[in-house]
Design a protein around this ligand. Structure first.
Ligand SMILES: [Zn+2]
Length: 371
């Protein structure tokens, strides 16, 4: 590892509220299991970055309207209110349902061309917004969801103000959340919020590079028809049987004016550092061609060799090298935490990636010229 104690200078944006989300496991294939998206993830990452000397800054609170930059107001309203509706409806006290879980989904097959009317019952309404059974909501979830979005927006503001790099310790993660739906342990799309904020702050073109082990179907969906925000992802091949199953294929290149501004590089299970880094390098070439003035890095470290959620077998040195490739591109980088579930190594992997970004950007930590 090239970062010694006291040397990581990338500011870490954090809110304690991110610990309040206790999904209480997940319903996977019909059984409720412990789940891996736990508050201890954020604590492990924070500890590793603090030990490496990184400055920690508080996430700044943003308005609800700021979340509408990439999300339908109906989704935001649902996330903000469903727990209270659930409690008031007696689902907890009378029926022992201690988390919000959908059971019916208005798929195209069910609706047969009719519009999806918002259901009167809370337990019917959940499936209108949540597309799987493993993304549960509990009493502190909304505070954490909002805090994670605040952290991402704050990280974007730091680089818009002239910092070469910033990092948002977002939990819950975000890249599976789409314009009007959530799933995959994600609720609001933190990376997409950061990318859109950078566009609104004046970057003519923005690139999102997603190196989480899974395809960021939500981020892709949000920017799919847009030429100004490139989305590139390297991930385990959904065609080999991996989440999100329905999206993330190489043929998905964007639509309409966004054609060509979307790139998926699905990899076979067991790919390892060399193949994974070759794919990251290809995304970097795309970003150069795109002419991005700011970069959002969706940093999932669940491609790690020991991670229980993917088979990609990438080492911490691999993440260090990926960070360097991205840091060397030139534009400022807002790093947004996505997945990563192996608690004993999680912090070291995030530190490795950030050390890579920093070593690719020698100016990290110097005061911005404008301040
Ligand atoms: Zn993932």
């Amino acid at each position: 590892m090239s970062v010694e104690a006291g040397e990581l200078r990338i500011p870490v944006v954090w809110s304690q509220d991110c610990l309040l989300h206790e999904p209480g496991g997940e319903v996977w294939l019909g059984l409720r299991e412990a789940g891996t998206e736990v508050p201890e993830r954020a604590e492990a990452i924070l500890r590793a970055l603090r030990d490496a000397g990184a400055p920690v800054l508080p996430a700044r609170r943003h308005e609800i309207a700021d979340l509408h930059a990439v999300h339908h107001p109906g989704l935001v309203r649902h996330l903000a209110s469903i727990w209270a509706d659930w409690e008031a409806g007696g689902y907890v006290s009378e029926h022992g349902r201690d988390r919000v879980v959908p059971y019916v989904f208005p798929t195209a097959a069910m609706l047969a061309g009719l519009p999806a009317r918002p259901p009167a019952a809370a337990h019917g309404r959940v499936g209108l917004y949540c597309y799987d059974t493993m993304t549960l909501i509990g009493p502190g979830s909304w505070q954490a969801i909002r805090a994670a979005a605040d952290a991402a927006l704050t990280a974007a503001e730091l680089i818009a103000a002239g910092r070469p790099a910033s990092y948002a310790l977002c939990r819950p993660p975000g890249h599976h959340a789409g314009p009007d739906g959530y799933g995959g342990s994600c609720y609001l799309n933190n990376a997409a919020l950061a990318a859109q904020a950078l566009r609104q702050a004046g970057a003519g073109r923005v690139a999102v590079i997603d190196i989480d082990a899974h395809h960021g179907n939500g981020t892709q969906a949000i920017f799919y028809a847009r030429p100004d925000v490139y989305y590139g992802s390297v991930h385990v091949d959904p065609g080999a049987g991996w989440f999100p199953h329905y999206m993330g294929f190489a043929a998905e290149r964007g639509s309409g004016p966004g054609t060509g501004a979307n790139r998926n590089l699905p990899l076979a299970p067991g790919t390892g550092d060399n193949g994974w880094l070759a794919a990251v390098a290809q995304l970097c070439r795309d970003v150069r061609r795109h002419g991005a003035e700011a970069i959002v890095l969706s940093l999932g470290v669940d491609a790690a060799a020991a991670d229980p959620e993917s088979p990609l077998q990438v080492t911490a040195d691999g993440y260090l090298a990926a960070g360097e490739l991205i840091g060397r591109l030139g534009p400022p980088v807002a790093v947004i935490q996505e997945g990563g579930y192996h608690l004993p190594t999680l912090g070291q992997y995030v530190l490795a990636a950030l050390a890579g970004v920093q070593s690719g950007r020698p100016a990290v930590g110097q005061p911005p010229a404008s301040q």
